[in-house]
Design a protein around this ligand. Structure first.
Ligand code: OGA
Ligand code: NI
Length: 340
């Protein structure tokens, strides 16, 4: 528990163990907060503009691997309540969180700090994280935090809405790719994981990272980043900031969608920087294939002049390799690549 950044950070200078080597530091924090990450109005997907929206989502997933969605159908007061309940969780007295704190990776519901490799990593991340599965809900909910008292009820509702939104976006993507309706249903999107990041204010944000550069190993991520800036995406050799938009979700393509689409969709590298003013709390809803689901490029997405870029594998093999490489974006696809 005492390792949690939120347990010790106040009024301290930045410990050496949180200082990244110069090439990995965010350094210049006045990175342009571009409005270049596409913003998609999902309400239009219900009407005659559906084809336009499908194309917008497809293009954003090809070019950026990232987009934001507005008018997404998730009630604003639910999002507010959910973000508040997470903030309250991190503000609970230590004794209320102690039962959930664990460095054992096998614990499905756990609070920990930095990465899953605290004891062996070169530099620690300036973040605490709470994560737990969300499916099947009736079973999972029993292992979720019991405090704040509203936690289970609110987060259950949120997870149902986030799943609905994720499946809706996957459906639009499968339409855009020319895959059948329901293509990403069942096993490809069976495992749902909620991951709450808490980044306390940091004494020197130019030297630290909240999350270092990575691509998400899953199928799709639905992120709510609250109203505090910190997310950056790597595009054309540059980091660009993702502006927090009111009542929007950030959506990003995970490694598995890149693989299934035979590299037509891109899982973009991203990271989170810290700030010295306020705590930042974000919630990532990860949609994953089930462990034994076989992943491979879909035949219909391999063009006639192409060959499959990846061999078939089980999702759990990917995860094992991903965690042993600590998500290193250069290396984590390598063992599964086929070279024509
Ligand atoms: C993640 C992630 C970014 C953020 O949790 O995988 O990329 O802004 N988070 O918290
Ligand atoms: Ni991520």
């Amino acid at each position: 528990m005492e390792k949690l950044v939120s347990s010790w950070f106040s009024n301290k200078t930045l410990p050496q163990s949180y200082i990244f080597p110069p090439e990995a530091r965010p350094g210049n924090l006045v990175i342009p907060r571009c409005n270049t990450i596409p913003v998609v109005d999902l309400s239009k997907a219900l009407a005659h503009d559906r084809i336009v929206i499908v194309q917008q989502i497809l293009k954003a997933s090809q070019e950026y691997g990232f987009f934001q969605v507005v008018n997404h159908g998730v009630p604003e007061n639910l999002v507010t309540d959910t973000m508040n309940v997470f903030k309250e969780f991190f503000e609970l007295p230590a004794e209320d969180k102690a039962g959930i704190y664990s460095e054992d990776l096998k614990r499905p519901c756990r609070l920990y700090t930095s990465s899953s490799n605290y004891d062996h990593e070169n530099v620690h991340l300036w973040r605490d994280n709470l994560r737990h599965p969300c499916h099947p809900l009736e079973d999972c909910i029993k292992i979720w935090p019991q405090k704040p008292t509203r936690y289970r009820e609110i987060v259950a509702t949120y997870s149902i809405e986030a799943k609905k939104l994720g499946l809706r976006i996957l459906e639009l993507l499968s339409e855009g790719l020319g895959l059948g309706s329901g293509f990403f249903g069942d096993k490809l999107s069976e495992s749902l994981l909620l991951s709450v990041n808490h980044y306390p204010p940091c004494p020197d944000p130019s030297l630290t990272l909240g999350v270092s550069r990575h691509c998400d190993p899953n199928l799709l991520t639905i992120l709510h980043q609250g109203d505090v800036y910190g997310l950056q995406v790597f595009k054309d050799g540059e980091w660009i900031g993702v502006e927090p938009l009111h009542n929007a979700f950030v959506v990003n393509i995970g490694h598995q969608l890149q693989i299934i689409s035979n590299n037509k969709l891109k899982s973009a590298e991203h990271r989170a920087v810290t700030n010295s003013r306020v705590a930042r709390t974000t919630v990532a809803f990860f949609i994953n294939p089930s462990d034994d689901c076989v992943i491979e490029p879909d035949k219909s997405l391999i063009d006639t002049d192409e060959s499959p870029a990846y061999k078939p594998f089980q999702f759990k093999e990917f995860l094992l390799n991903y965690s042993s490489l600590m998500g290193n974006p250069e290396k984590c696809l390598e063992p599964f690549e086929l070279h024509a």
